[in-house]
Write a protein that binds this ligand. Structure first.
Ligand code: SF4
Length: 374
């Protein structure tokens, strides 16, 4: 099972596609070390995210508690305070760290509302490499504004000796945003094909399966059904900063419990959790985030291996790229079946001031209404 711990909703970026930064939590109310200690061991991937986790003064203690509980522990950071991660990396060199970067310098800074963000992250990741970090990389959210930088960033990361993870625009309660729509779905999707081909041309098995993850992103971008059914609530669980436990980070109607008030086992066995899993089985959203996509790709019998569907796709297309043949994307993707959506402009907050509104535990949360990811 994979787990994401959203350690805080405080954030020092001002992204145009995620409004967590407009809705910060009160540090006094954020999930405590004591609460996190209640989690059992044995998770596959455990992601500490935010908001921006480096804004938590006790991040080292958070990692001290969580690191032994998972095969892979990851920090998803905006990378604006790399120096705060150096002592953590020195203690845990195998810790996975991903810095959000949205393409070339001007583009990335504009999309993320970060003055000098690009330079800080690039130097910062190198700083973590020098400190002994072994699993470092960037993470990019594919959107109309940066899709032309996609292959460039992939090659930039490869030249630095680090990874590139990709996701794409989603509407989700986690982002406090329900109006992220592509301006030109087909154009964006076609450009992702270039990244898939580049990944399959490498000799890195992980990249081949990342290529399949990106195939799923194309379907998401076009508004089509997921490649593989979602298993949220069973193979993937999400804890928000108020210790509330959710089956996923998209729908607001999939609660499972609260880790501060219940034990982990009580939460998993609860009626609330069972009802949420039933809804997941019927879910018609086609979101495809790395968390739920990665878990869905795993074999039910031997979780360290992929399901047959991604395995055969990877084998077939790895052979094709090795032989210099083109991948027939239209065999896998129906470009004649493209969802319609309103055009809602995204605005850069780079040069804007905006007063964030503190969200208290007693306030009503996630009131953005229904979410559509089609
Ligand atoms: S497919 Fe449904 S249940 Fe799965 S992550 Fe998306 S919204 Fe949640």
């Amino acid at each position: 099972m994979d787990l994401t711990v959203v350690s805080t909703y405080r954030c020092n970026s001002k992204c145009q596609m995620c409004y967590i930064w407009q809705n910060p939590t009160d540090p006094k109310e954020e999930v405590s070390i004591e609460t996190l200690s209640k989690l059992p061991g044995g998770f596959d991937n455990l992601n500490v995210s935010g908001g921006e986790p480096t804004l938590r003064k006790d991040l080292m203690e958070v990692i001290d508690v969580l690191y032994p509980k998972a095969k892979i522990t990851e920090i998803s950071s905006n990378g604006l305070h790399p120096e705060r991660l150096v002592p953590i990396i020195k203690k845990y060199p195998k810790l996975k760290v991903r810095f959000s970067l949205e393409g070339r310098e001007i583009n990335s800074n504009r999309i993320r509302g970060e003055k000098d963000g690009f330079q800080t992250k690039v130097k910062g990741l190198q700083m973590l490499k020098d400190a002994g970090g072994q699993d470092l990389g960037f993470a990019l959210t594919i959107q109309d504004e940066n899709v032309d930088d996609l292959v460039w960033l992939y090659e930039f990361a490869r030249d630095m000796g680090v990874e590139l993870a990709t996701s794409t625009l989603h509407n989700a309660w986690q982002f406090h945003k329900n109006d992220n729509y592509f301006y030109d779905r087909v154009s964006v999707a076609r450009k992702v094909e270039g990244l898939i081909t580049a990944m399959l041309k490498t000799n890195n098995v992980k990249n081949w399966f990342r290529a399949y993850l990106n195939l799923g992103l194309i379907k998401k971008i076009l508004g089509q059904d997921r490649l593989i059914k979602c298993t949220a609530g069973s193979d993937f669980i999400f804890i928000d900063p108020w210790s509330d436990v959710w089956a996923c980070n998209v729908r607001t109607d999939l609660p499972m419990g609260n880790l501060a008030k219940q034990s982990w086992q009580e939460i998993l066995d609860s009626d609330v959790a069972r009802k949420s899993r039933e809804k997941v089985a019927q879910c018609r959203q086609n979101c495809w985030m790395v968390t739920t996509a990665r878990t869905a790709m795993r074999s039910n019998i031997i979780p360290m291996f992929p399901k047959l569907q991604p395995l055969f796709w990877v084998l077939e297309n790895k052979i094709k790229t090795t032989l210099g043949m083109d991948i027939a994307f239209d065999r896998y993707i129906d470009y004649g079946n493209v969802g319609t959506s309103p055009r809602v402009e995204r605005t850069s907050f780079l040069n804007q001031t905006f007063k964030a509104k503190l969200q208290k535990a007693a306030d009503p949360h996630y009131v953005q209404g229904e979410f559509f990811n089609r």
